[in-house]
Design a protein. Structure first.
Length: 234
């Protein structure tokens, strides 16, 4: 019987060792992959959506006063915001006040102009009819005022952001320009124009606190605009 030489036995031993090493390496790799599954990055969190809250749930005694003349609320325009954006924006005034930054995981349910318009419509509508927009106002007549066209309220939203004056000190800043005009067959007559600026402290230095502050600022500015309109349009 042929007996393997020392060289053949050496080659065979190396081959067996190589196969064993390869099998062991594969097993280690599989074990590493299985044990590493728990260490894989978690799926990113979904953005949280915010609005201004449910609004008034009942009317107060002051809401039952004599109704005021109707007004037409034109679509709110944004002069300092990206059109259609629902991002919650903030500024680090202590570092770079000129840079407007979006929160990564925070969104408004609607663009801010729509939320502000709804806040204004809710407040104005407590004591007066509020027409849908300027186009409806151009066609509507109020018989109680002798057929006179309702005044038109135009709003430009200039600033709507969560402003940090320090890492733990911040406010919700809302600035808008309100313009009242009286439409006539010969054109529009300016009744008044005013800039409203409201700041509300944020309860926490994050998106949740900023949106709460901005919602409070929107409610206050709606009340101030309502009071101003009542003094101008009689």
């Amino acid at each position: 019987m042929h007996t393997p030489s020392a060289r053949q036995r050496h080659i065979a031993t190396k081959s067996v060792a190589a196969r064993a090493y390869a099998a062991g390496s594969a097993g280690v790799l599989v074990a590493m992959l299985l044990s590493g599954c728990g260490a894989l990055p978690a799926a990113p969190n979904r953005p949280v959506s915010y609005d201004f809250g449910p609004g008034p749930t009942s009317y107060t005694a002051t809401d039952r006063r004599a109704p005021l003349p109707p007004i037409a609320l034109a679509d709110v325009e944004a002069t300092g915001l990206v059109e259609g954006s629902t991002a919650v924006q903030y500024r680090l005034a202590y570092a770079d006040a000129q840079q407007l930054r979006p929160y990564t995981l925070a969104r408004w349910t609607q663009p801010p102009v729509q939320l502000v318009q709804q806040a204004l419509r809710t407040q104005l509508g407590q004591r007066r009819p509020v027409l849908q927009d300027a186009d409806a106002a151009a066609q509507a007549r109020d018989t109680a005022r002798g057929g006179k066209l309702p005044a038109v309220l135009r709003i430009e939203l200039e600033e709507f952001s969560h402003v940090f004056t320090a890492p733990t000190d911040s406010t919700g800043l809302l600035r808008l320009r309100a313009t009242l005009v009286d439409p006539t067959p010969a054109g529009e007559t300016l009744l008044g124009q005013r800039v409203f600026i409201v700041q509300k402290p944020a309860p926490t230095p994050d998106a949740a606190g900023g949106t709460r502050a901005l919602a409070a600022a929107a409610r206050q500015v709606a009340e101030e605009v309502d009071e101003w309109v009542g003094a101008v349009v009689r």
